[in-house]
Ligand binder design. Structure first.
Ligand SMILES: Cc1cc2nc3c(=O)[nH]c(=O)nc-3n(C[C@H](O)[C@H](O)[C@H](O)COP(=O)(O)O)c2cc1C
Length: 349
C-alpha cells in the first residue's frame, strides 16, 4: 500500500451520532469488566473507541445491600447501647450506588469520550431515581438493561411488557439525559415492542442483550454460572433486527448493534444494516483494548473494499435496499437459507 493510500485510509471519516452524542468512531466498548477500571477505559480511548458503557449497577446488588443494612440495624437494636457503635450509620455507609458514582466520576475525569452509565433493573418504583443519580454524576447517557427471565406462569406477556414499559417510561422521564434500552430478542412481536419502548421515551435501542445460560455439574447437581465469549456466528440476530427496525423507526432513533462483533467486517455489516454504533465486549475481553484498534483498522479495510468513503455513506445502505419492512431479512431469507445447504451458498465460516 502506498503512503498516500494509507494516509487517505486513516483519514476516512468514521464519525457517527449516538443518543445525541457526537462520536469519532462507531466502535463502542460495551458493559463488561473491560470498562470497570479507569486504566482500561483510558486504554480503550487510546485504542480509538467512540464511547464506553460502564458495567451495570444491578437492582439485586442494591436490594441485597439494603437488606444487609436493615438486618445489621435490627441486630444492633437488640444490643447494648455502646455495641450499636460497631454498626455504621446510613450516612457513613458507602453503598453500591455511591461506589458506582465514584467510578463514573473517575472515568469522566480521565477521558474525553462519552461515558455511558448502565442500570440493570426492571421493577418500577424507587428504581427510576438511580438513572437521575447517574446522570447527575456526569453520565452522558444511560443504558437501561431490562434483563429478566419470565418464569412466573401467572404473568402474561402483555402484563410483563406493560410493566416493563411503565418502568422504562419512568426512568426516561426522570433521567434528564438520553436513555438507550438494551433489550433481549425474546418478545412475541419484537418490532411492536421496540416501537413501544421508543414511544415510552427511549432515545435508542441496544440490540441485543445476550443471555447467559447456566450449566449443571452432574456430580454435585449444582447449577454453575457459565460465561462464554461470543463470535461472529452470533451476528445474524442483531444484523437482522437492525436492518428491519432502521426503516421502521426512522433515523431519529439511535440503534446500537450488540452481540458477536469479532471482526471489522462485522462492524461494517451492522453499520450497513443501519446501526449507528456497534457494541463490543467479548472481542475486547479476548484481545484487550488493542482489539478496538484492530477492529477499526479492519473496518477501514472493509470500507475500502466496498468503496465507501465515509461511515455516513455506509450507514443503512443495506436496510434501505430492503425497505420498507426489511423483507430480505424476513421469511424469504429463511427458505433461501435452508435451500442453500449443499448448493454452495451457505457460509461455513
Ligand atoms: C463478563 C461479561 C460481563 C458483562 N457485564 C455486563 C453488565 O454489567 N451489564 C450489561 O448490560 N451487559 C454486560 N455484559 C454483556 C455485554 O455488554 C454485551 O451485551 C454482550 O456480551 C454481547 O456482546 P459481545 O458479543 O461483544 O460479547 C457482560 C458480558 C460479559 C462477557
Amino acid at each position: 500500500m502506498s503512503t498516500d493510500t494509507a494516509t487517505t485510509r486513516e483519514q476516512t471519516d468514521l464519525s457517527t451520532r449516538y443518543l445525541g452524542l457526537d462520536l469519532s468512531s462507531p466502535i463502542v466498548a460495551s458493559a463488561s469488566p473491560m470498562t470497570e477500571h479507569v486504566d482500561s477505559i483510558v486504554a480503550l480511548e487510546a485504542a480509538g473507541v467512540g464511547a464506553v458503557v460502564l458495567p451495570s449497577l444491578f437492582e439485586e446488588e442494591i436490594l441485597a445491600e439494603e437488606h444487609m443494612v436493615d438486618s445489621a440495624f435490627e441486630l444492633g437494636a437488640e444490643q447494648h447501647y455502646e455495641a450499636r457503635g460497631y454498626f455504621p450509620l446510613p450516612s457513613e455507609v458507602r453503598g453500591v450506588a455511591e461506589r458506582y458514582v465514584g467510578r463514573l466520576e473517575a472515568a469522566k475525569a480521565a477521558v474525553r469520550i462519552p461515558v455511558i452509565a448502565s442500570l440493570n433493573a426492571w421493577h418500577a418504583g424507587a428504581w427510576s431515581r438511580y438513572g437521575r443519580l447517574l446522570a447527575d454524576a456526569g453520565a452522558d447517557a444511560i443504558e437501561l438493561n431490562v434483563y429478566r427471565v419470565a418464569t412466573n406462569e401467572k404473568l402474561s406477556a402483555a402484563e410483563l411488557e406493560a410493566a416493563e414499559l411503565a418502568f422504562i417510561a419512568e426512568v426516561c422521564e426522570r433521567a434528564g439525559v438520553p436513555v438507550a434500552v438494551k433489550l433481549s430478542p425474546f418478545y412475541s412481536s419484537f418490532a411492536n415492542f421496540a416501537a413501544k419502548v421508543v414511544a415510552a421515551g427511549a432515545s435508542g435501542l441496544v440490540l441485543f442483550n445476550r443471555f447467559y445460560q447456566p450449566d449443571l455439574d452432574l456430580e454435585t447437581m449444582e447449577v454453575l454460572p457459565r460465561v462464554h465469549l461470543s463470535s461472529s456466528t452470533e451476528l445474524g440476530l442483531p444484523l437482522r433486527w437492525t436492518a428491519i427496525l432502521r426503516p421502521q423507526l426512522g433515523e431519529e432513533v439511535s440503534l446500537a448493534a450488540s452481540s458477536g462483533v469479532e471482526h471489522g467486517s462485522d462492524v461494517a455489516k451492522l453499520i450497513a444494516a443501519g446501526a449507528d454504533v456497534v457494541m463490543v465486549a467479548s472481542e475486547l475481553l479476548r484481545s484487550g483494548a488493542r482489539g478496538a484498534a484492530t477492529l477499526e483498522a479492519s473496518l477501514r479495510d472493509a470500507m475500502e473494499l466496498t468503496g465507501h468513503a465515509t461511515l455516513a455513506e455506509l450507514h443503512g445502505c443495506a436496510s434501505r435496499a430492503s425497505a420498507p419492512r426489511g423483507e430480505a431479512f424476513e421469511r424469504a431469507q429463511y427458505v433461501r437459507t435452508l435451500r442453500s445447504w449443499g448448493a454452495g451458498l451457505t457460509g461455513h465460516r
